[in-house]
Design a protein around this ligand. Structure first.
Ligand code: CAA
Length: 256
């Protein structure tokens, strides 16, 4: 059903793998359409509680497909607006984890940053190399990278196209954790399963509240968080979670 993507489910985790090894998982409009479709399907499937996106050990993705876009005109790009697909992980109600190994460049890095958590392998390399092909990051890189690692280093990376290794990415807070190559996918899946086992409504609100940090002023974000917190007291899972804690038993989440 999906060309260049392998889409599977593992219990409550939806898994999407880029599968264009010959071009290091470069992202063309077909891949991005497939990704959008798969994310929408997981969003609509109540049995899925967390989504994982990954590539291969050699490349999460080397970015937007340069061959496919090199002859495009601004009007064609505007009409298709294919870059809008990059923001989809952020707008999903369910958490989306990026498991990154090898090249994570340009649009690949921008997609990983649009996810909620990045788990990196020791071989992961991040860059916004668009300057080297005469353009700038167009799928969120100039906005998300400075928020993630600070203005000065982000500016340096974006203006030079230089690569940043996994250890630095971890030190600067771009990724949540660095794991040996042979274990990164298993660790990311274990994290996805852990998140999938939590109360879904509270998980959705927690994701929305953390994202508010990047979209609003502090006062607005605090107000939003407080309202979401109060609202959770109308759910079954809040009562169940607190009762189970007090009764020293395991909670049973209903997502209600
Ligand atoms: N688009 C299309 N094809 C790509 C590609 C890309 N982004 N990245 C790599 N490829 C292709 C190469 O053309 C090559 O194809 P052939 O075998 O047919 O020649 C194949 O993948 C393997 O690549 P290399 O031979 O170059 O492998 P390497 O190990 O020597 O170098 C690399 C790897 C450093 C990733 C290098 O390929 C590279 O610099 N790629 C381009 C990275 C880039 O500029 N990405 C940004 C794209 S623009 C963007 O993403 C815009 C946006 O903001 C939305």
């Amino acid at each position: 059903m999906y060309e260049n993507l392998i889409v599977t489910t593992e219990d409550a985790v939806g898994v999407i793998q880029f599968n264009r090894p010959k071009v290091l998982n470069a992202l063309n409009s077909q891949v991005m359409r497939g990704l959008t479709h798969a994310l929408a399907a997981f969003e609509a499937d109540a049995t899925i509680r967390c989504v994982l996106i990954h590539g291969s050990e050699r490349a999460f993705s080397a970015g937007a497909d340069i061959d496919a876009m090199q002859a495009a005109t601004p009007v064609e790009m505007l009409r298709e607006n294919w870059i809008a697909a990059w923001d989809r992980p952020r707008t999903m109600t369910k958490p989306v984890i990026a498991a990154v190994s090898g090249y994570c460049l340009g649009g690949g890095c921008e997609l990983a940053m649009a996810c909620d958590i990045i788990i990196a392998s020791e071989s992961a390399q991040f860059a916004q190399p668009e300057i080297g092909i005469g353009v700038i990051p167009g799928a969120g890189g100039t906005q998300r990278l400075p928020r993630a690692i600070g203005k000065s280093r982000a500016m340096e990376l974006i203006l030079t196209g230089k690569f940043m290794g996994a250890a630095e990415a971890e030190r600067r807070g771009l990724v949540s954790r660095v794991v040996p190559v042979e274990a990164y996918l298993a660790e990311a899946k274990a994290l996805a399963r852990d998140i999938a086992s939590k109360p879904p409504v509270a998980i959705q609100f927690a994701k929305e509240c953390v994202n508010k940090v990047f979209e609003t002023a502090l006062g607005e974000g605090l107000d939003y968080e407080r309202r979401m917190f109060y609202f959770l007291f109308s759910t079954h899972d809040q009562r169940e979670g607190m009762e189970a804690f007090l009764a020293k038993r395991k909670p049973e989440w209903k997502g209600q």
